[in-house]
Design a protein around this ligand. Structure first.
Ligand SMILES: [Fe+2]
Ligand SMILES: [Fe+2]
Length: 180
């Protein structure tokens, strides 16, 4: 039975959005980044360039941190827990494609002919990749009864360090300020 205290702490945790469950954390990142891609799409439709390059910079930063967390911590743990070499290798290949698009975007100027198209393609890639993770990899990881909470703690630690290295996006800095 859950005590009142544990319910309260659970409540606090979800309010802050800082869940320590590894899969919940990754899903939160997914949602956030997919929302940002939607916002980008709307801006392109409306030919609204105000704040667009900042949005794209944030998307790229968030994705770099997210893929690093998965590659350094989450994927190796899942690989050890489920026997799905191909699934795990595919995810890495998809990360590589995303990283190469991110590198191209970072080289571009906002006015570049292919800027909007490249960000749009990155968004489509990420949507596909997120789908595979959430529909295939995560359910398998859950079934394997991994210690998702200690994995999540490790990831939260590493995420903080990576956010520092990346200079932290405006958004994550705002989140950080909110936490204090
Ligand atoms: Fe991934
Ligand atoms: Fe992911």
């Amino acid at each position: 039975m859950r005590t009142e205290a544990s319910r309260q702490s659970q409540k606090r945790r979800s309010k802050r959005g800082a869940s320590t469950d590894a899969i919940a954390m990754l899903k939160q990142d997914h949602e956030k980044v997919l929302d940002m891609f939607k916002k980008f799409e709307r801006m392109v439709e409306k030919e609204d360039d105000e704040g667009k390059s900042e949005l794209v910079r944030t998307i790229c930063q968030e994705l770099k941190i997210h893929t690093a967390l998965e590659e350094e911590i989450f994927y190796p743990a899942v690989r050890g827990a489920i026997e799905e070499e191909l699934l795990m290798d595919e995810a890495l290949v998809e990360h590589d494609s995303a990283k190469s698009l991110i590198a191209q975007i970072e080289e571009m100027q906002e006015g570049d002919e292919r800027y909007n198209a490249t960000v749009t393609v990155l968004g489509e890639y990420i949507k596909h990749h997120v789908n595979e993770e959430q529909k295939e990899m995560f359910p398998k990881a859950k079934k394997a009864k991994m210690d998702l909470s200690s994995l999540g703690e490790e990831m939260a630690e590493r995420k903080k360090a990576l956010q520092g290295e990346e200079g932290g996006s405006a958004e994550s800095q705002a989140e950080e300020a909110e936490r204090q």
